[in-house]
Ligand binder design. Structure first.
Ligand SMILES: [Ca+2]
Ligand SMILES: [Ca+2]
Length: 215
């Protein structure tokens, strides 16, 4: 199942770009939005102060104002998928990153998500992914949400990666997902069902571990 992987592809790329600037000092003077104290973020995440400084520099380079709105996020994210239309998937990802649900991603939001995706426990990573798929945030993944996510991933990959998609491929993918995940057959997938099903799946477990050593 490639769905979980989709959630992680961007973060790894975001992190890579300024790993060569470890020795740079953190400059807070020119940004509009000042991040919370690094000590606080260090306590709240699995990053060291040094790593947070590197991440902050990369974040500030990409968005000097200190916050990312959805349009900017889509533009940045779409660069990684030149052959497809990543805008819908980027919309869902943006909402998952925007943990305070105020329409913008601050450095703190970015770093907390990254900390979970790169260094969190398996349960934390799966919970984050569940929240990404639970589009209306009612605590369940229903078939409509899963269909929207699968379509968005197909759109993002583009026809070069998924040639000659049949119209029923999305439905098959969603049906297979529910066949595996909806343990009690009530038509929705709960967080417990999601975590249990993912932990039974070696491929998903491997994909969750892939990025742990990126930074
Ligand atoms: Ca839902
Ligand atoms: Ca269920």
């Amino acid at each position: 199942m490639g769905l979980v992987m989709g959630a992680f592809s961007m973060q790894s790329k975001q992190v890579n770009y300024h790993t060569d600037k470890v020795d740079d000092d953190l400059e807070l003077s020119v940004v509009c939005h000042r991040p919370e104290g690094l000590e606080k973020l260090e306590a709240q995440t699995n990053f060291s102060k040094k790593e947070l400084q590197v991440l902050y520099r990369g974040f500030k380079n990409e968005c000097p104002s200190g916050v990312v709105n959805e349009e900017m996020f889509k533009q940045i994210y779409s660069q990684f998928f030149p052959h497809g239309d990543a805008s819908t998937y980027a919309h869902y990802l943006f909402n998952a990153f925007d943990s305070s649900h105020n329409g913008s991603i601050k450095f703190e939001d970015f770093v907390r998500a990254l900390s979970i995706l790169l260094r969190g426990t398996t349960t934390e990573k799966l919970q984050w992914t569940f929240n990404l798929y639970d589009i209306n945030r009612d605590g369940y993944i229903n078939k409509e949400e899963m269909t929207d996510i699968v379509k968005a991933i197909y759109d993002m990959m583009g026809r070069f990666t998924y040639p000659a998609l049949k119209t029923d491929t999305t439905k098959q993918h969603v049906d297979a997902f529910f066949q595996k995940m909806d343990k009690n057959r009530d038509g929705v997938v709960t967080l417990d069902e999601f975590i249990l099903s993912c932990q039974e799946d070696e491929n998903i477990m491997r994909s969750l571990q892939l990025f742990e050593n990126v930074i």
